[in-house]
Ligand binder design. Structure first.
Ligand code: PLP
Length: 427
């Protein structure tokens, strides 16, 4: 049996496969695992109660049954799209119409569409890439191109900062000098710019000033700026800095219901200029016939009365902020006196920890910790589009999920502490 080139791509190891495999194996394992590796959102009882109650009421509603019992059109469930149009216009005044929104089967599906739409081979023979203005970035972007890998990324400027008046933190900043002088950008080899905000894996939140500069660069070169709001405003709103969210016809905003606690509904939302939405709808028709309708059905009442926003602001964001504080304080105890720094926690459901001058790569550390029952994600895979050969920082960090129960976070960080201290001490 022989696979096509396209097929062969799926037979190779990929970071996202490893991540999903480990997550699945840990969830199905009968051995206790300190699962600090996955991207699964937390199970928050207060949220689950609302979803359960909403689910019960939509199931009792004849229209809801009708909407699950029929395909939607390829753009996605019309009732949810109209509700989203009103929701975004109510909160942001963007003047959207239903031509500006399409649904996808999770936002991962949206990135598959968007990255293949804006990068790859073009009619004029150019081969364009997606520009990630700040690496590290979401590992799930890495393998979505149907031919080749089309990413160019700029490593960050690293600034040492304080967090809640404590030392031991750093923050990544976009290296605009490098970005503005990038040959591929100047030579028309970039098809779109993309960033996640907050960033998976680091919990960094690009500032409004950085976003304004990225918007200006995108406009100057006539390419869209794609902003991945999987953890961002206005839902699940896991952001602890003062930031605003903007949209115009040159911006593509991606949202997801996953991190509000509904990852199994596989619901992604794209807000973009009408011609992009039309093309996404056509892609939906070809790949899926129509996107999953179930998440839309459950979510519609929560968006109609803004409950999703209230839950985000009063339940989801505070939950993760508390977990971040717990993890930070445990890490600072474990690594007191060691050259270990934490990326300033500004949002998302992760902490990003930097073991400066660690004698082994964190890819090797990942294996050691896995054998001891603690899962983390090593940093190298997240430097999508960066040649990491001579870039030690890319091999010195780990991503920790803070979505778990306190006990798992405490035990997991204690194991990391023991192993890493021994490595630094050379014993
Ligand atoms: N974008 C980011 C930054 C993510 O972390 C994830 C999932 O972890 C996704 C997109 C994809 O999420 P989903 O397909 O569940 O919407």
């Amino acid at each position: 049996m022989k696979f096509s080139k396209f097929g062969q791509k799926f037979t190779k190891d990929s970071a996202i496969l490893q991540l999903m495999d480990d997550l699945g194996n840990a969830l199905n394992s009968d051995k206790p695992v300190n699962m600090l590796g996955g991207g699964n959102p937390a199970s928050i009882p207060e949220l689950n109660a609302v979803y359960q109650q909403t689910l019960e009421s939509v199931v009792a509603d004849a229209f809801a049954l009708d909407s699950v019992g029929n395909y939607s059109n390829p753009q996605g469930d019309t009732k949810f799209i109209n509700t989203l149009v009103e929701f975004f216009n109510r909160h942001y005044g963007w003047g959207l119409t239903s031509d500006n929104i399409a649904l996808t089967n999770g936002s991962q599906n949206a990135f598959f569409y968007l990255f293949n739409l804006f990068a790859g081979q073009f009619d004029d023979g150019t081969d364009k890439a997606i520009l990630l203005p700040l690496a590290p970035e979401y590992v799930g972007y890495a393998d979505v191109h149907i031919d080749g890998v089309h990413f160019v990324a700029v490593p960050p400027n690293i600034e040492l900062v304080t967090h809640e008046d404590r030392e031991g933190f750093f923050k990544y900043r976009v290296d605009f000098d490098a970005l503005e002088n990038l040959e591929k950008l100047k030579n028309g080899k970039i098809g779109a710019i993309c960033c996640s905000r907050p960033t998976n894996p680091t919990g960094n939140v690009l500032t409004d000033d950085e976003m304004a500069r990225l918007t200006a660069i995108a406009k100057k070169y006539g390419v869209p700026l794609i902003v991945d709001n999987a953890y961002g405003m206005p839902f699940p709103n896991i952001i602890y800095t003062d930031t605003t969210l903007s949209w115009d016809c040159d911006t593509v905003l991606c949202f997801s219901l996953s991190k509000v606690g509904l990852p199994g509904t596989r619901t992604g939302i794209i807000v973009a200029d009408a011609p992009i939405i039309k093309t996404i709808s056509n892609m939906n028709a070809i790949v899926n016939l129509s996107p999953v309708r179930f998440g839309a059905t459950v979510a519609t009442p929560l968006f109609a009365d803004d409950r999703i926003k209230t839950l985000s602001d009063t339940v989801i964001a505070p939950f993760y902020q508390t977990q971040a504080s717990l993890a930070v304080s445990r890490l600072q105890v474990e690594f007191d006196g060691y050259p270990v720094k934490i990326h300033k926690p500004e949002g998302a459901i992760f902490l990003w920890v930097w073991f400066e001058n660690l004698p082994i790569s964190t890819t090797v550390l990942y294996q050691i910790l896995k054998e001891q029952g603690t899962l983390i994600i090593p940093s190298e895979h997240f430097f999508v589009g960066v040649d990491t050969t001579n870039y030690p920082h890319a091999k010195e960090c780990i991503r920790l999920s803070i979505a778990q129960h306190d006990e798992t976070i405490i035990k997991g960080i204690a194991t990391i502490g023991e192993v890493v201290r021994r490595l630094y001490d050379g014993v």
